[in-house]
Design a protein around this ligand. Structure first.
Ligand SMILES: [Fe+2]
Ligand SMILES: [Fe+2]
Length: 279
């Protein structure tokens, strides 16, 4: 007992290093770091890759508080413990992904810097029951964002020739597929018992898609006409237009048919923000 209390006042941070290392091990352990081929690239290509992987690390870091906020809303919505435990796991997964991608960014030469302080925006909707709000978050976070993340990381992994990048992407794909399934499973359980919720989600589906497109692609028509670059592809980077084509495929084959079944009115092509505003 005294030892335990003494430890509190010793201010020794070693335990924090050890516990952090233990929690990160699931993602960081036994990856083939020695097989990384970054040293074969020219400096400009390495700098491009450092920038891309650092931006991805920051996006992963922002995903942790998104899942943490969703965990709060799911708890208030009465989600069962299985849903809460997997959501809590996802918070930790995203911290792991951020660490992993930051390690990669540094391996390409990204400079040291303080951690990003960017926070996500997850607005409350006081007009609807918390269960509906948690379901709308399932739609935007899991059914749209994590599902596209899963499709994109699959494509990046398939194109990646570098053994380390391929292994990193394969590991993250495994986690993202659980994050995506969580939302699909939850909505499949909730929607059949709540016509009001189904109509609410159907009404929100177009704007959820349009907001995600604006966040990830900006204006898809204005994407740069980059040529496929085999060196970048080998290290996990494909042209934005290739990813946009992938997004359109997921829309056509998965999201649109599902949301139309819920009662949504959706155009043939992916909804855009300007169209949503009736411009
Ligand atoms: Fe992630
Ligand atoms: Fe995720």
């Amino acid at each position: 007992m005294n030892d335990a209390l003494d430890a509190l006042s010793s201010h020794d941070p070693t335990w924090l290093d050890e516990e952090h290392a233990r929690l990160m091990r699931g993602t960081r352990g036994d990856l083939p770091w020695s097989k990384h081929t970054a040293h074969r690239l020219d400096a400009a290509t390495r700098a491009t890759l450092a920038t891309v992987w650092r931006a991805r690390a920051d996006a992963e870091r922002r995903s942790a508080p998104i899942f943490a906020t969703w965990l709060v809303d799911l708890t208030g919505a009465g989600a069962d413990a299985r849903v809460l435990s997997v959501t809590a796991r996802a918070v930790l997964d995203e911290v792991r992904h951020a660490e992993l991608f930051e390690d990669l960014a540094r391996a390409y030469g990204a400079p040291e810097r303080a951690p990003s302080t960017a926070l996500p925006v997850m607005p409350d909707d006081p007009e609807v029951p918390l269960r509906w709000q948690a379901a709308r978050e399932a739609l935007s976070l899991s059914v749209v964002a994590e599902t596209f993340s899963l499709a994109m990381l699959h494509a990046l992994r398939d194109a990646a020739g570098d053994p380390l990048v391929r292994a990193v992407l394969a590991r993250v794909v495994g986690d993202e597929s659980l994050h995506a399934r969580l939302g699909w499973t939850l909505l499949a359980q909730w929607i059949p018992h709540d016509d009001g919720l189904r109509a609410y989600l159907a009404a929100h589906a177009p704007s959820v898609l349009a907001d995600y497109v604006a966040m990830v692609f900006g204006d898809p028509e204005a994407l740069p006409d980059e040529a496929y670059d085999a060196r970048l592809a080998a290290h996990g980077v494909l042209p934005q237009r290739t990813l946009w084509t992938l997004f359109e495929t997921v829309y056509r084959t998965l999201w649109r048919p599902t949301f139309v079944r819920w009662g949504a009115t959706l155009p043939e092509g992916v909804p855009r923000r300007s169209a949503q505003r009736g411009a």
